[in-house]
Design a protein around this ligand. Structure first.
Ligand code: PEP
Ligand code: MG
Length: 325
């Protein structure tokens, strides 16, 4: 199967009805840029920068170290865009691996991601400066995780401004970035119009959006059977976020696991999604689904699926908008 799929490496991701789709990679380390390119990704849609921080509780990377790491990722992508997400430690990604028992210090509902960054402005500014400097070497999008409140958005944007001013003061070179917010808290999905006023693009983190919508700890095996991407409430938050972004003419991506799940590719296409970011290993299989898809049929079908009492059931019915529909 891998061998057969590899023939699609250089095939453009275009649906049967001519809709162009952008397939991006999720990476954890700068060196992963290589795997992203090899998999045919046309950019990095999510660089999880927290992997530079994890296990380094008492020795966080300084500005120079971060700048070089981000620059390596940017240069590794050879001119293709790289979306760098500010640190998202906490919950399933503890800062200190040796104290997993202490993960209650940054639990899923606690001081994680942007909350953690805003609690330590010096550290946040350090990361923002490093990202802005890396943007002088290629196309960089800045992405902020776990936003929910207007005050967090205001503070975040003020910090980005301040980081630029600090770089100006030091006479250090930096580049332009597009600013994006992750939609991964139901409150954010329900305030998407507000987010769109303040950001250039949105990226839907379905892993957390599902966790928080359904109150299912994504790391807890005992409730894993209730973790359901096809719950009508989840589909509504995802589809409305996509629809509103399109209506405002803004880019929208899905970067959670849903983007790399081939059983969901047609549904996301039907909702209007045209940018998917996923583990590099998923890219060609998703591309194959795209090549077989007809969005003119998928759009009305996706509406029916989202409106159904049992979307999973609706998806398997004959009128599913697939090849035979
Ligand atoms: C998500 O929540 O869907 C996401 C992409 O972020 P992470 O998995 O790193 O929390
Ligand atoms: Mg997340």
């Amino acid at each position: 199967e891998r061998g057969r799929l590899s023939r699609l490496l250089h095939t453009p991701a275009v649906t049967m009805d001519g809709e162009k789709v952008l397939l991006l990679a999720n990476i954890e380390m700068p060196e992963d840029a290589n795997a992203a390119l090899k998999a045919g990704a046309l950019g990095v849609g999510l660089f999880r920068s927290e992997f530079l921080f994890m296990g380094r509780q008492n020795n966080l990377p300084d500005e120079e170290e971060q700048y070089h790491a981000y620059r390596r990722a940017v240069e590794g992508m050879q001119g293709l865009p790289v979306t760098i997400r500010t640190v998202d430690v906490g919950a399933d990604k503890p800062l200190d691996n040796s104290t997993r028992d202490n993960s209650h210090l940054n639990p899923a509902l606690g001081l994680r991601a942007i909350r953690w960054s805003l609690a330590d402005p010096a550290m946040f500014l350090t990361q923002l400066r490093a990202i802005l400097r890396a943007a002088a070497h290629g196309k960089v999008n800045l992405l902020v995780p776990m936003l929910a409140h207007a005050s967090e958005i205001r503070q975040t944007l003020a910090h980005v401004q301040q980081a630029r001013a600090q770089l100006d003061q030091k006479g250090l070179v930096y580049g332009p970035v597009k600013l994006g917010a992750m939609i991964e808290i139901p409150a954010a999905a329900l305030s998407v119009k507000y987010f769109l006023k303040h950001f250039d693009y949105l990226s839907i983190g379905t892993n957390d959006l599902i966790q928080y919508t359904l109150a299912i700890d994504r790391a807890d095996e005992s409730v894993a059977h209730l973790y359901d991407p096809l719950h009508p409430a989840v589909l509504r938050l995802v589809s409305e976020t996509i629809a509103e972004s399109i209506a405002q003419g803004k880019e929208v991506t899905v970067c959670g696991e849903m983007a790399g799940d081939i059983s969901l590719t047609r549904l996301l296409l039907g909702m209007g999604l045209r940018t998917f970011s996923m583990h590099p290993a998923q890219i060609l299989a998703v591309k194959q689904e795209i090549l077989r898809a007809d969005t003119t049929r998928l759009a009305p079908w996706a509406k029916r699926v989202c409106a159904a009492d049992d979307p999973a059931q609706e998806m398997t019915t004959a009128a599913r908008g697939h090849r035979t529909a």
